[in-house]
Design a protein around this ligand. Structure first.
Ligand SMILES: CC(C)(COP(=O)(O)OP(=O)(O)OC[C@H]1O[C@@H](n2cnc3c(N)ncnc32)[C@H](O)[C@@H]1OP(=O)(O)O)[C@@H](O)C(=O)NCCC(=O)NCCS
Length: 164
């Protein structure tokens, strides 16, 4: 199977919704994407396109009050069940991180399994200097720049996360 990773277009919205509903088995993540999009919180939204949409990742704006770092949250990430474990999720994350680095972003946070996100360079250690509503062993951070490495202090997520 071949696929390309590319930015979402309006024609992809329904397929993205279906990817999250199928992969997570509920509506919460699909609704989160829709609300983040409507509110203008999305920094980057990528799809995996294999003639149909088989995966999606969103990065949304984070507000840091004690740092000038430009930061985003990776969430949600999903790949359709039948296409998992073929590198699609990893490609979405890697392409996202490359694009964010290229556009001058400093820091990315993710809440998830360190066994999965560690392979991309996310660490719980770096997240330890940040205060978020999700502090704990699943919160990980990846600095893309020195500004990102210096980032400390309170972090505010886009409002739709509070409704999850
Ligand atoms: C997590 C997810 C996006 C990974 O996508 P994918 O295309 O299957 O991932 P890849 O093929 O790039 O990577 C597969 C690797 O990740 C591992 N992996 C997959 N899901 C994992 C998880 N939840 N925790 C730890 N490792 C995981 C696999 O064991 C595999 O490891 P290996 O390469 O050492 O064998 C996909 O499984 C999914 O959509 N899951 C349901 C939704 C979800 O949980 N999203 C993440 C929320 S934080």
């Amino acid at each position: 199977m071949t696929f390309v990773i590319r930015p979402e277009t309006p024609e992809d919205h329904a397929a993205i919704d279906a990817v999250h509903r199928g992969a997570f088995g509920g509506a919460a993540e699909a609704e989160l994407v829709g609300t983040l999009r409507r509110n203008g919180d999305i920094v980057l939204s990528l799809v995996a396109d294999a003639d149909e949409i088989v995966g999606h990742v969103a990065f949304s704006r984070l507000a840091l009050s004690h740092s000038p770092a430009r930061a985003s949250a990776l969430a949600p990430l999903a790949v359709v069940k039948e296409r998992q474990r073929r590198g699609i999720g990893s490609s979405l994350v890697r392409e996202g991180l490359n694009r964010l680095a290229g556009s001058g972003e400093d820091l990315v946070l993710v809440l998830g399994d360190p066994a999965y996100y560690g392979r991309f360079g996310f660490t719980t250690e770096h997240a330890a200097g940040l205060q978020t509503p999700y502090d704990g062993s699943y919160l990980q951070a990846l600095a893309l720049t020195d500004e990102g490495r210096r980032a400390r202090g309170p972090v505010r997520y886009a409002r739709p996360f509070a409704e999850l």
